[in-house]
Design a protein around this ligand. Structure first.
Ligand SMILES: [Zn+2]
Ligand SMILES: [Zn+2]
Ligand SMILES: [Zn+2]
Ligand SMILES: [Zn+2]
Length: 164
């Protein structure tokens, strides 16, 4: 019952969590040590969680996805016997909060550079060039053009609905 819609909504929500920030989007990103980057997605750590055994940090959404795929043995990606989650140490969060990041909507004209902690709000609420990620082609699309973009080709939902 409504699983198709439920599924795509979940997918959309996970996209809205933010993250996926690569070095190019970071001011002086080439100067940042590797410890700032998630070993799973290779992007800037986003909402980091740490493994109690090895102390490695992972984006929250990356480690969640990892654990879902390793259902039977909930091991850490670094092969610790079990994954016991800890919060990101405040000392590391304060390092992260000094990172400056270009708005993801720069290709559309936004020239804002945001602090780590204000990026998510800017990109999802305050930006003059608000975008959404198209769940099909995974590209950023201006909100003002989103409906038109989605309508250009038959959406996955429509295809699945017709197949039932
Ligand atoms: Zn990650
Ligand atoms: Zn570990
Ligand atoms: Zn912006
Ligand atoms: Zn698309």
């Amino acid at each position: 019952m409504a699983t198709v819609n439920g599924h795509s909504a979940a997918k959309y929500n996970s996209l809205m969590e933010g993250g996926d920030i690569d070095r190019d989007q970071i001011v002086d990103g080439h100067l940042l040590a590797d410890e700032y980057f998630c070993p799973i997605c290779r992007c800037l750590l986003w909402n980091p969680r740490s493994c109690a055994s090895c102390q490695h940090l992972f984006c929250q959404k990356c480690i969640q996805t990892w654990l879902e795929y390793s259902k039977n043995d909930k091991t850490c990606p670094f092969r610790c016997q079990s994954y016991d989650e800890r919060r990101c140490p405040p000392s590391f969060h304060s390092l992260l909060s000094r990172v400056k990041i270009h708005c993801r909507n720069a290709p559309f004209g936004c020239s804002e550079v945001l602090a780590y902690d204000s990026l998510e709000r800017h990109e999802n609420v305050e930006c003059k060039y608000l975008t959404r990620t198209c769940p099909e082609c995974m590209k950023l699309i201006l909100v003002s053009e989103f409906i038109e973009h989605i309508q250009k080709k038959p959406s996955l939902e429509i295809i699945l609905m017709n197949a039932i």
